[in-house]
Design a protein. Structure first.
Length: 181
């Protein structure tokens, strides 16, 4: 079976401030850079030990994810390529608002809502599912470096979820997920 790996970018200032980053291009904190470097070192050790194999890193163009991927690439020596479809969802009017806001939590369950100028969940799922369908077709093993919103779609592609589970799903900064294709 083929594997696909996913990680979320390192910590940002808006993560610390509990704000929704979305498509806003927010950089990493010093800890975020350290988290990315540490993940790169851990992956290098696992690759060298033969525990895992990765052919290429694909990263969101937003600086928080691309810088995370760059650190990982520097530590592992893996090739890195920008993948525009991994860009975080545009949450429209919710960008920079509290991540745990009740209104936002409920809005995430409405899959056709554009959040007053953003991107709907259906649009987002189309671009992520199309990317995953393409990646399944070749023989490479990828590490995708992206965002928490992308993590929801990754999980829903491989695991059946209720709307509530989908809305609540998330991963920590620089956590690593593995999916079997």
């Amino acid at each position: 079976m083929k594997a696909l790996y996913f990680t979320r970018h390192g910590q940002t200032v808006w993560n610390v401030e509990n704000k929704i980053c979305g498509a806003t291009d927010i950089g990493l904190t010093e800890l975020g850079h350290e988290q990315a470097i540490q993940l790169g070192k851990e992956l290098k050790a696992r690759i060298d030990a033969g525990e895992i194999h990765i052919d290429q890193i694909l990263a969101s163009p937003l600086c928080r994810a691309f810088d995370t991927a760059r650190h990982i690439a520097e530590e592992t020596g893996l090739p890195l390529r920008e993948e525009i479809r991994l860009k975080e969802q545009n949450f429209g009017k919710y960008e920079s608002t509290p991540r745990d806001g009740k209104e936002f939590h409920e809005a995430k369950k409405d899959f056709v809502c554009h959040y007053d100028g953003g991107e709907s969940m259906l649009q987002m799922s189309q671009r992520i599912y199309n990317l995953l369908d393409e990646l399944k077709q070749d023989d490479k093993i990828y590490l995708l470096v992206a965002h928490n919103g992308i993590a929801r779609f990754m999980q829903s592609y491989f695991v059946d979820m209720t709307n509530e589970e989908f809305s609540a799903f998330g991963i920590k900064n620089c956590a690593l997920l593995k999916y079997e294709i």
